[in-house]
Design a protein around this ligand. Structure first.
Ligand code: TXA
Ligand code: MG
Length: 324
């Protein structure tokens, strides 16, 4: 298959409407969009990404009023969160509407809904005039893509088109919040933080990871199978470091480092990125991992992000990247 390079929202919408798979920028990471009502397109999407069929997709709609295209009910917690944070980097999990194929929800009775704020994403979704299922635009297991070149690196020849425009993005996927229970549960941290959510809904919880890897909350086990699969992993081995130093790192050729702190000896590494703020670190993290692979690094030291604000989301991705 030839992957078209495009830069017209009309063309992207037309392709999606006709069963195509189109990568486009969002305010978090690039998404890989298909018509959520087209089961053949959904099947092709899972194949193109190499995505396990038990990992559900998020359905993207253009406006808050369109929640009913994918969900059977807008719970009051979801209403509160979407009113406050959408359009933006948040996904709410709601009871699924039965017109949405269970392929999209990976057999679950629930569906994740997101209203992106990125103008190109919104225009494409509005013009496609259908709910758009869009996972991150990367091969399954790999770091997400924040540039169209990275999308092509993973998916050239496997998808119908890539929208070729790089815009500044948060660099970390949306906050996923289960809104089906007695109180909201954050399943995946993102740019909308637990602190922000608790200001509106004080009883909101976060998923707990137990020693055996099982994830649970006060409401019991949570069904988000996607969390169990490997994610965000480059080919290079990733090792987390608290405070980098000449003593704590093995310096040398083929070794990379990224973090917020500089240290003596950093010049002896092949590849380094020292970010000024945690926001810049989050925005540049996946691309750094990808660049480490392009330069055939064998090891990447990753300084752990501070566990607050968007740092908490970055830390979650760092731990998963290092779990390979
Ligand atoms: O920022 C984002 O959310 C990006 C952009 C493209 O919108 N999309 C994205 O999709 O990150 P994906 O497929 O890479 O990640 C979706 C996550 C997975 O962890 C999946 O398990 C979870 O959302 N998820 C989706 N539907 C769910 C559901 N019904 N219940 C629980 N978790 C769900
Ligand atoms: Mg993903």
């Amino acid at each position: 298959m030839l992957t078209k390079r495009i830069n017209s929202p009309d063309e992207a919408a037309h392709l999606i409407k006709n069963g195509g798979i189109v990568a486009f920028p969002t305010e978090t990471v690039f998404g890989l969009g298909v018509d959520a009502t087209n089961t053949d397109a959904i099947k092709r999407l899972f194949e193109a990404k190499g995505r396990p069929s038990d990992n559900p997709l998020i359905v993207h709609v253009s406006d808050l009023e369109n929640w009913s295209l994918a969900a059977a009910e807008l719970t009051s917690d979801a209403d509160t969160l979407l009113t406050a944070f959408a359009p933006g980097p948040i996904t709410v999990v709601l009871p699924k509407r039965d017109t949405i194929s269970s392929l999209v929800s990976a057999g679950l009775e629930t569906i994740g809904i997101r209203i992106p704020s990125h103008p190109i994403a919104r225009e494409i979704i509005r013009k496609a005039n259908t709910p758009v299922a869009a996972p991150s635009a990367n091969q399954s297991r790999r770091p997400s893509s924040t540039t169209w070149q990275s999308v092509l690196e993973d998916l050239d020849g496997r998808v119908d088109a890539v929208y070729c425009e790089n815009t500044h993005s948060l660099g970390i996927e949306s906050t996923v919040v289960d809104c089906c229970g007695s109180h909201p549960v954050v399943l995946r941290p993102g740019a909308v933080t637990i602190e922000q959510i608790r200001q509106l809904i004080p009883g909101a919880e976060e998923l707990r990871v137990e020693a055996n890897g099982a994830e649970s909350t006060n409401q019991g086990r949570v069904n988000s199978p996607g969390l169990l699969h490997p994610h965000y992993q480059p080919r290079a081995a990733v090792q987390l470091v608290e405070v980098p130093s000449r003593q704590s790192l093995t310096l040398g050729d083929g070794v990379a480092y990224c973090g917020l702190l500089n240290f003596e000896g950093v010049d002896e590494l092949t590849m380094t990125a020292v970010f000024n703020t945690v926001e810049e670190y989050a925005a540049g993290f996946y691309e750094f991992l990808r660049e480490a692979d392009r330069q055939a690094m064998s090891k990447v030291y990753v300084q752990v992000a501070p566990d607050v604000g968007i740092g908490r989301a970055l830390l979650d991705r760092q731990r998963r990247a290092a779990a390979g």
